[in-house]
Design a protein around this ligand. Structure first.
Ligand code: HEM
Length: 136
């Protein structure tokens, strides 16, 4: 199967009865699998018509799951300028239309990571000081 589809094509298949996902730049038709998914239909509906690479990999699916996936392959992804980057599955971006503003979301994510890191560092320093104060 050598068909190529774009993100826009995939985004149209975003319902339970007609559900495509992109994982590692390959497109899979999960329509028949939604009801059988051991992880529930909700998570698949969340990524319907979108890049599910991160969601799929985060769970650490088994080899068996990967074989199931392989059987559902329908096409490969044809990337166009402005499409989200590989693995750029953005948690919370439920609407397929969200991929038109990929750049903005990317910057936002960096900000979140940066602030999270600073907070963790601050907390660490604080705890160190507390400990130092206690032991003196
Ligand atoms: C799209 C193709 C997918 C396939 C073929 C698939 C297949 C499977 C299979 C076979 C299992 C059973 C455990 C295992 O063998 O690893 C499983 C479990 C699970 N899947 Fe998926 N999955 C897919 C996508 C996703 C996505 C996008 C998520 C999003 C978070 C997800 C979340 C989970 C979770 C949380 C479990 C664990 C359920 C439990 O242990 O109770 N799956 N999946």
């Amino acid at each position: 199967m050598t068909a190529e589809l774009t993100y826009q094509d995939v985004a149209e298949h975003n319902t339970k009865k007609d559900l495509y996902v992109v994982i590692h730049d390959v497109i899979y038709d999960c329509s028949k699998f939604v009801d059988e998914h051991p992880g529930g239909e909700e998570v698949l509906l969340d990524v319907a018509g979108q890049d599910a690479t991160e969601a799929f990999e985060d769970v650490g699916h088994s080899d068996e799951a990967r074989e199931t996936l392989e059987a559902m392959k329908v096409a490969t992804l044809k990337r166009k300028a402005g499409d989200p980057k590989p693995k750029a599955a953005v948690p919370g971006a439920v609407s397929p239309a969200a991929n038109t503003e990929g750049a903005g979301v990317g910057v936002g994510l960096y900000a979140v990571v940066l602030i999270g890191g600073l907070l963790a560092f601050g907390a660490y320093q604080y705890l160190q000081q507390q400990q130092a104060a206690q032991s003196s």
